[in-house]
Design a protein. Structure first.
Length: 163
């Protein structure tokens, strides 16, 4: 019997229980009727995905996902301080992030087409680092455009440059 695997599994269970309690406590203090419906780990245990559901779950997304991003940051900091190794944490509410990713990919493709058609750089609206990354990945193999981030702070955005 491998006691290392048992110890690691016990630590993950403790971490999961603590993360769920912490997140549900914050949700309750915010006055929302929602709960953690699922916690998933990647095969290597470095990524943790948390899904939230409930009657008020839509309100937890906030304006342009800002409340969701804040919850994710809080949970990430809590998990990192409790564990021995750094983990990537993702918090989602009823598939919002996946829908937003598809929307960003669609917008990026349309704006890339516009950049090529008119032969000029197109500036996207400001977005979070995570959203900028989605756009960069979506267009990196285009062959017709390149992308770069510009601006600072809340004004940081992606520029789509025709080749």
């Amino acid at each position: 019997m491998n006691t290392d695997n048992i110890t690691e599994q016990t630590q993950e269970n403790d971490l999961e229980e603590g993360a769920v309690e912490f997140l549900e406590g914050i949700i309750e203090k915010m006055g929302f009727d929602a709960f953690v419906s699922e916690v998933r780990y990647s095969d290597d245990g470095r990524d943790i995905s948390v899904e939230i559901e409930g009657p008020d779950s839509g309100r937890l997304i906030g304006r342009q996902g800002q409340t969701l991003d804040a919850l994710q940051l809080l949970l990430s900091r809590t998990v990192d301080s409790a564990g021995e190794r750094r983990r990537r944490v993702s918090v989602d509410v009823e598939g919002y992030r996946q829908r937003r990713d598809r929307e960003l990919e669609k917008i990026a493709a349309e704006m890339a087409k516009e950049a090529v058609e008119y032969g000029r750089t197109v500036h996207m609206d400001p977005m979070t680092a995570r959203e900028r990354r989605i756009v960069h990945i979506c267009l990196r193999d285009s062959g017709e455009v390149q992308t770069e981030s510009a601006g600072t702070g809340e004004d940081r955005h992606v520029c789509i440059i025709p080749l």
